[in-house]
Design a protein around this ligand. Structure first.
Ligand code: 5RP
Length: 224
């Protein structure tokens, strides 16, 4: 099956969990796109929610669909977030940030009671690491971070867009770091967190409540 059809099917399954009155986190990327679109349809039909976007791109899409938005600084939790991932394991470990929105995505996921990840069947792995780990860094000192990552065994490159460093919604850079297959994501997460100049990274551990993966005509659900 075309991966886009799988993305859409996973998204449609996930939006069934949205209920009236919820504060809903809206993800970023080509899979989240289908969930935002479906959420917009539900809002048009009368569903009452408030939404928190995980990127400027998602904010614009949600606004164009008349999905009511709420300022994240005026709420103390998010009921449900639906977002994509670049990789996931059956233990619900994720790599995110391929679309560059990992910082806001992780903040929103951390405030969320039920974080649902939606993917096509290409995203499932036994061990994380085939997809490079996106790491958001302060532009001032990116070379220092690159050297520190190298000491941890990670080969990093600064992500580029039209020959210039790609800039996140916060104006930071992203280093895509290749650690090979990651045997111990928890230890790696701690090590990356100790590097000064790292703002956040795309290892999402202990955050997802459920992964909904579409595989052909089937929906496969992974839960803790
Ligand atoms: O983390 C993300 C954006 O920062 C996305 O969720 C991730 O890159 C997956 O994207 P897609 O659904 O387009 O494959």
């Amino acid at each position: 099956m075309n991966p886009n059809n799988e993305k859409q099917r996973a998204a449609l399954e996930a939006v069934k969990e949205i209920q009236n009155g919820m504060i809903v986190g809206l993800g970023t990327g080509s899979t989240a796109y289908y969930a935002i679109q479906a959420t917009g349809e539900l809002v048009k039909q009368g569903l009452q929610i408030q939404a928190v976007p995980t990127s400027e791109h998602t904010r614009e899409m949600a606004a164009s669909l008349q999905i009511p938005l709420v300022d994240i600084n005026t709420i103390d939790h998010i009921d449900l977030t639906i977002d994509g991932a670049d990789e996931f394991t059956p233990k619900l470990e994720l790599i995110k940030g391929g679309g560059g929105a990992l910082l806001r995505e992780k903040i929103v996921a951390s405030m969320t009671r039920r974080f649902i990840v939606i993917t096509d069947s290409s995203k499932k792995v036994d061990k994380l690491g085939k997809f490079k780990v996106p790491i958001e860094v302060i532009p001032f000192s990116y070379n220092y971070v690159l050297r520190k990552l190298q000491k941890l065994g990670g080969q990093g490159i600064v992500r580029k867009k039209e020959d210039q460093p790609y800039q996140t919604d916060q104006g930071n850079y992203i280093i895509d770091a290749d650690f090979g297959l990651i045997e111990d994501p928890t230890t790696l997460e701690k090590q990356i967190n100790t590097i000064v100049g790292v703002v956040e990274h795309g290892l999402f551990l202990n955050l997802a409540s459920r992964v909904i993966m579409a595989q052909g005509d089937d929906i496969v659900v992974f839960e803790k």
